[in-house]
Write a protein of this length. Structure first.
Length: 551
């Protein structure tokens, strides 16, 4: 009997192992098939079906690199903010330098100055990748966006040393020098670009730069000539066509209308290009014309993102808030649902329905959770729509969901510093001091806000003392420690700490308030008043301002 049971158990175990193996192979086959299907749809330009197939693969295996790459490409075409999250995920799954640089390049595209996400990634890669051309090129782009010309030239020259035979770097250097104050350098740069225009490999790149240079100098006739040559080049982009339209518009030429109509006809079956043309029309105060054109598009196209987004942007530009609300209530945007809810919130806000605006904004925030790119888009929209509290809600969401994104904490701190909200500042610095325990400034800010609020005093006193021991020459740290001693009824000792600083430092506005407060508490009223006179009263927190009036 025992032997029969053992045989039965062994047989069942074998069947279980075989079954699990078959199940694993079946899941792997389904995953591979979904990826291949997604790639075929992507090649055909069917972004919707490509996204659906890629998501099928990701349901089986969330770390499928190829599926993530399909999603990144789809997002790049339809919704750039979403691209940031896919590039981030790709870099986490496969942390190569190339993947991290693509993540940084996306961040540079979707985030505004000072581009903290891209800056952070490049700083992390500096020690291992700064000798690679791709790194140099991205560092150049960042420096140019930040208007750091010397730094941009340094990275271009570094790339030239790494690839001396690649004329792209010579072209980049010429572009940089186009607006040089040295007229000889600028002339030489234009000559270089015109020479490179004759090379079919560089013609489009050179002409784009010559167009931009002519526009910078408000030389519209030359800009038009260069632009005409550019759009005749093989493989030019939609942006090149739109730039040509922009020049025609600036020159108020009659050919603008026919040129626009030809372009609209050419892109009428491409949802991404339709969105690009509509965005151009909105920027040129032609949203009415864009809306009328979109309504003539086939229904299938109108339902394919990003065309619905284009329709919304036209209605927003026209301030047709009731029409916008009615349109969006009939829609479901899938991956872009957070954006739909944000626009619905703005429609309610403009229609003075504050309750609906708040509810919809919270729903948009929930939909965007754990998606940094979309959260950043929401923050930018809240800012442009004049809704500061909604923007702060999003920054808090980013700070809590992505605590390593220190720029979000810093933006929150600047906002609460401006509004004098010490309680919120304390909360921010308490979080940051945990995340970055070696940052002296953050630890000091935690201590001083806690001391001003008279909260968590035991820890505040301990932190103030510790950072003073480590950085006693820092006047800000010294003033925090001295104020900590004062609150512990050690005012005489606190004054002695302050007087180890130079007279020039004691007279600086950020130090003078604390020194004056300690002097008055120690009975030196006349001397205290001298330092109170040096305080910048417009830059104080409410609790600091109260120190001016405490007897």
């Amino acid at each position: 009997m025992l032997r029969r049971n053992l045989v039965l158990i062994s047989t069942l175990l074998v069947l279980l192992v075989v079954g699990l193996g078959w199940f694993a192979r079946c899941r792997h086959y389904q995953e591979r098939r979904a990826v291949r299907t997604a790639e075929r749809f992507l090649t055909a330009g069917d972004y919707h079906r490509a996204s659906l197939s890629a998501r099928q693969a990701l349901q089986t295996n969330p770390a499928n690199l190829e599926a993530c790459q399909v999603m990144a490409t789809v997002a790049e075409a339809c919704c750039p903010p979403e691209t940031l999250d896919w590039r981030r995920r790709i870099a986490e799954i496969s942390p190569t330098v190339e993947n991290k640089l693509r993540w940084a390049a996306t961040a540079l595209q979707v985030q505004g100055p000072p581009y903290p996400v891209a800056v952070g990634i490049l700083q992390d890669l500096a020690s291992t990748a700064s000798n690679q051309v791709a790194y140099c090129n991205l560092a150049t782009d960042l420096a140019l966006k930040l208007k750091h010309r010397e730094e941009a030239e340094h990275w271009i020259e570094t790339a030239r040393r790494l690839q001396p035979s690649n004329e792209v770097h010579q072209l980049n250097l010429a572009v940089l020098r186009l607006d040089s104050k040295n007229s000889d350098l600028a002339l030489e740069a234009r000559a270089t670009l015109r020479r490179l225009e004759a090379d079919t490999n560089f013609a489009a790149l050179a002409l784009r730069s010559l167009v931009a240079d002519s526009l910078t100098r408000n030389d519209l006739p030359n800009a038009r000539q260069f632009s005409q040559r550019l759009i005749a080049c093989p493989g030019v982009s939609l942006d090149d066509d739109l730039l040509h339209l922009d020049i025609l518009s600036r020159m108020n030429l009659p050919e603008f209308g026919p040129c626009l109509k030809r372009l609209q006809g050419r892109v009428s079956t491409n949802a991404v290009s339709i969105y690009g043309v509509c965005s151009f029309l909105v920027r040129h105060d032609l949203a009415e014309q864009g809306w009328a054109w979109l309504k003539t598009c086939p229904r299938e196209i109108r339902e394919t993102q990003p065309v619905p987004l284009a329709m919304v942007e036209c209605l927003v530009a026209l301030k047709y808030w009731a029409d916008l609300e009615n349109f969006l209530k009939r829609e479901q945007w899938g991956d872009f649902e957070a954006m739909r809810l944000a626009f619905l919130s703005q429609a309610a806000f403009e229609l003075h329905d504050q309750a609906a605006a708040g509810v919809r904004w919270r729903l948009a925030t929930t939909q965007a959770r754990r998606r940094l790119g979309t959260l950043m888009w929401l923050a930018e929209k809240a800012d442009s729509w004049g809704r500061p509290s909604a923007r702060l809600d999003i920054l808090w969401e980013i700070a809590h969901e992505f605590p390593s994104e220190r720029w979000a904490w810093q933006e929150l701190a600047l906002s609460y510093l401006a509004s004098g909200d010490t309680r919120r500042l304390y909360e921010i610095y308490a979080n940051l001091s945990t995340l970055t325990p070696d940052d002296v400034s953050t630890r000091n800010n935690f201590a001083v806000t806690a001391l001003l609020l008279k909260t968590n005093l035991a820890k505040a006193h301990a932190v103030a003392r510790q950072i003073y021991v480590e950085h006693s020459a820092d006047p800000i740290v010294a003033s925090t420690y001295a104020y900590s001693l004062h609150l512990q009824s050690k005012t005489r000792e606190a004054v002695a700490v302050m007087e180890r600083l130079s007279p020039e430092l004691l007279a600086s506005p950020s130090i003078a308030l604390y020194y004056a407060t300690l002097l008055r508490a120690d009975g030196h009223l006349a001397k205290a008043n001298e330092y109170y006179a040096r305080v910048d009263r417009g830059a104080l927190l409410p609790e600091e301002r109260a120190l001016l009036t405490i007897p």
